[in-house]
Design a protein around this ligand. Structure first.
Ligand SMILES: Cc1cc2nc3c(=O)[nH]c(=O)nc-3n(C[C@H](O)[C@H](O)[C@H](O)COP(=O)(O)O)c2cc1C
Length: 238
């Protein structure tokens, strides 16, 4: 029988192989305490968001069954919509869990909002603070150019805002840390899916994007791109 070819492994194959858990060889947990939330000492401003609805709506089955292409692009985006979507994606349940599935207690993710045109919200870059359900204003300049550039020079003329998810691998205590990236990508997918469902429920067109220039997106979000890495983006209105 022919042996499998000895071609060089791809980065993905290496990652998958090197982060395998093997019986008898689990990495030891360090037990190190880590902060589950990012804290900004001096944001430009902190703006409370409208209280989100925690009941009602069209119903999950109807939302899942809605054909996404039936939602027109470029709709108006209101502060209340964004409040609802951020809560649905990254907020808390009645019992204090995150709305999205998390790999570690309280999540390894952070959520940002890049605003082009939202009623009653200044353009710029914001961090979503889920405990206060508030936006922390980080960047005041109009972000359209940088956002379009970071999204591979995409036409974002119909995009009113973007939600960006980042991950902090250091929050996940897996000993060697390498498996943390698996968890972060899964969490980001879960959060983006919750946001997508909220967008459909609100009648907003939305696109998940995993293609971006990592360093440019990190710069836009004011993160270092190493201890905190960009994971995915949801553009709203396009
Ligand atoms: C994980 C993931 C990553 C994606 N990345 C991008 C992207 O970078 N750029 C883009 O235009 N669309 C991206 N998409 C959207 C898909 O290309 C495509 O629009 C989608 O799968 C079409 O299916 P839908 O309209 O049924 O959601 C992504 C979708 C997913 C789920």
């Amino acid at each position: 029988m022919a042996l499998p070819s000895s071609r060089e492994k791809t980065i993905g194959e290496n990652f998958q192989a090197q982060t395998k858990y093997r019986r008898g060889a689990l990495p030891p947990k360090t037990g190190k305490a880590v902060s589950p939330f990012k804290v900004y000492a001096n944001p430009l401003e902190v703006a409370a968001l409208p209280v989100p609805e925690l009941s009602g709506g069209k119903g999950l089955w109807g939302t899942l069954a809605t054909t996404r292409e039936s939602i027109p692009e470029g709709g108006r985006l209101r502060q209340g919509d964004v409040s609802q979507l951020l809560w649905a994606s990254s907020g808390f349940t009645y019992g204090g869990q995150r709305t999205h599935a998390t790999a570690v207690p309280l999540a390894g993710l952070e959520t940002y909002l890049v605003v082009r045109q939202i009623e009653d919200v200044f353009p710029g870059v914001y961090h979503y603070n889920p405990r206060e359900h508030a936006l922390e204003h980080l960047v005041q300049t109009e972000p359209s150019l940088e956002l379009a550039d970071a999204l591979l020079d995409t036409d974002i003329s119909a995009c009113a805002a973007a939600v960006a998810y980042t991950g902090l691998p250091g929050r996940i205590d897996d000993g060697a840390k390498s498996r943390a990236y698996r968890y972060l990508y899964l969490e980001a997918g879960a959060a983006a899916q919750c946001a997508m469902l909220a967008a459909v429920e609100l009648g907003l067109a939305a696109t998940v994007r995993a293609e971006f220039y990592d360093d440019e997106l990190a710069r836009l979000l004011q993160i270092d791109g190493v201890s905190e890495v960009p994971l995915c983006v949801l553009t709203l209105g396009t």
